[in-house]
Design a protein around this ligand. Structure first.
Ligand SMILES: [Zn+2]
Length: 209
């Protein structure tokens, strides 16, 4: 059995359910202790129905989603909405690190092809090798489908560049055009945080890799 993390006793005057909630909120990205407290007290005052909907949404986000069997985007059916859309250009596959990168690129509304989510990037320093991300699945996919171009849209940090380099070598013999998001994206950028204009420019100005 997993051991329970001890509750923070730095505010012994706070009721335990509040402490627990603050502790859970503090584990979320971008939430410091102050924000965690604010959220906990907000929920304490909120209507019970609203809190129940929030709790159910948190549970179902894990229970009712899985990964698309084609592109590994998050989906609530076998294949995701993008793979199912017959109007998408099936000759282009844009390769991203995380599902939320698809959201960022879709927001630009200029890309009409398909995606492939790697779920990470190659990082020797963190012990992430090519077998730890969805590269084999990508190669299987490229082998059986008429893909004319792959767009390497991994992040522009060291891991993203290494991954892009690795993939470009891997597909070199397949005769597929390989492009990389380039212009406008400064080194170190995480795609998820790039603004629409920068991302649109980077897509339009993608260069042969
Ligand atoms: Zn999909």
């Amino acid at each position: 059995m997993k051991e329970k993390a001890p509750l923070d006793r730095s505010f012994p005057s706070t009721a335990e359910p509040i402490q627990k909630l603050v502790q859970e909120f503090s584990k979320l990205p971008g939430i410091g202790p102050k924000s965690a407290q604010r959220l906990a007290y907000f929920l304490l005052r909120a209507p019970e129905e609203q809190n129940r909907l929030l709790a159910e949404a948190i549970i179902s986000v894990k229970q009712q989603t899985s990964l698309c069997i084609i592109c590994f985007n998050v989906t609530d059916t076998d294949t995701c909405l993008i793979c199912r859309n017959q109007e998408r250009d099936r000759t282009k596959v844009c390769i991203v690190e995380q599902p939320q990168d698809i959201l960022a690129l879709e927001h630009t509304r200029i890309y009409k092809g398909l995606y492939h989510v790697l779920h990470g990037a190659i990082s020797p320093t963190e012990g992430v090798g090519s077998n730890d991300i969805r590269i084999r699945e990508l190669m299987d996919r490229l082998g059986g489908n008429p893909v004319a171009e792959i767009i390497l849209a991994t992040n522009t940090n060291l891991e993203g560049e290494q991954t892009a380099m690795y993939l470009s070598r891997l597909v070199a013999h397949l005769g597929i055009k390989v492009t990389r998001l380039a212009r406008g994206l400064p080194f170190g950028t995480e795609l998820e945080y790039a603004d629409d204009v920068t991302l649109t420019r980077a897509l339009e100005g993608r260069q042969e890799f």
